[in-house]
Write a new protein. Structure first.
Length: 248
């Protein structure tokens, strides 16, 4: 079992879905948790309670990761409250799926703002802190569609491909400071995001998965746990698929 005792993890999109499961897993490993949500306060309250029952320090923060100033202020507040951030998980993400033919500029802009600029905003906000401490872990949530593309997701897949480029660039910038930066590329994972897909789209996705089943949030959290642990200290700039073989 990997250990995170005494560490603080800052997880965006931690109120539900994959981010919530990463928060629960990290808490089981002993980490204190600061998580970010935006919009849905009810989920955040439930998640904060579940995490606090694990006997760790936890605080939910409402912040739009697409907002540069707000992200910088958020990280300052978390450092003030927790003393230090050791692990940043850039997990918040949205979809606005449509064929490019009918996709609006607003649908393109909103996905890029949250999914890609959000990663820039949060990473920039912890960058100096990690440099000064000469340690840190950054785990970015990409997607296999950032590797393969997907009809109806030109905005989303561009944002997820962008995350891969950003992951490798920051890994090169911060490697000498003992900061690792890696990306996880999930396939088709059961959350509210995939619940919103049509039955036809779900069936097509299942057909494309060699393992013939959807992934569970735990499948992603298990990899995040490893990447955050001391055991992964020499792994950086990687993009690791967790997809039942879907994008091989
Ligand atoms: P989800 O269930 O829809 O949860 C999204 C999370 O992001 C929520 O906590 C939400 O907060 C938060 N969020 C959304 N917009 C935000 C913003 N502007 N600022 C801060 N937080 C924001 O999504 P998921 O399925 O768990 O996906 C998590 C990540 O994995 C995403 O980056 C997604 O693209 C990626 N991914 C998922 C799959 C999959 O199959 N599910 C596959 C590949 C990649 P609120 O609750 O407050 O709205």
């Amino acid at each position: 079992m990997f250990e995170l005792t005494g560490k603080t993890a800052l997880i965006t999109g931690g109120s539900r879905g994959i981010g919530k499961d990463i928060a629960l897993k990290f808490a089981d490993m002993g980490a204190n948790i600061a998580f970010v949500h935006y919009g849905d306060g009810d989920n955040a309250v439930v998640t904060e309670k579940e995490l606090s029952e694990k006997g760790i320090k936890v605080k939910a923060y409402e912040c739009n990761v697409a907002d540069f100033e707000a992200s910088a202020k958020l990280v300052e507040e978390v450092i003030e409250e927790f003393g230090e951030v050791h692990i940043l998980v850039n997990n918040a993400g949205i979809t606005r799926d449509k064929l490019m033919l009918s996709m609006t500029e607003a649908e393109y802009d909103s996905v890029m703002a949250v999914n890609l600029k959000g990663v820039f905003n949060m990473t920039k906000a912890v960058y100096k802190h990690f440099m000064k401490k000469r340690r840190g872990r950054i785990i970015n949530m990409s997607s296999i569609v950032g590797l393969t593309g997907n009809a109806g997701q030109s905005n989303y897949s561009a944002s997820k491909a962008g995350i891969i480029g950003m992951t490798k660039s920051v890994a090169k910038e911060l490697g000498s400071r003992n900061v690792t930066v890696n990306a996880i590329a999930p396939g088709f994972i059961k959350t509210e995001m995939t619940d919103a897909m049509t039955d036809k789209a779900k069936e097509a996705a299942l057909q494309a998965i060699p393992m013939k089943r959807m992934g569970q949030v735990e499948d992603i959290a298990n990899l995040a746990a490893f990447l955050a642990s001391d055991e992964a200290s020499y792994i950086t700039g990687e993009v690791i698929r967790v997809d039942g073989g879907m994008a091989m």
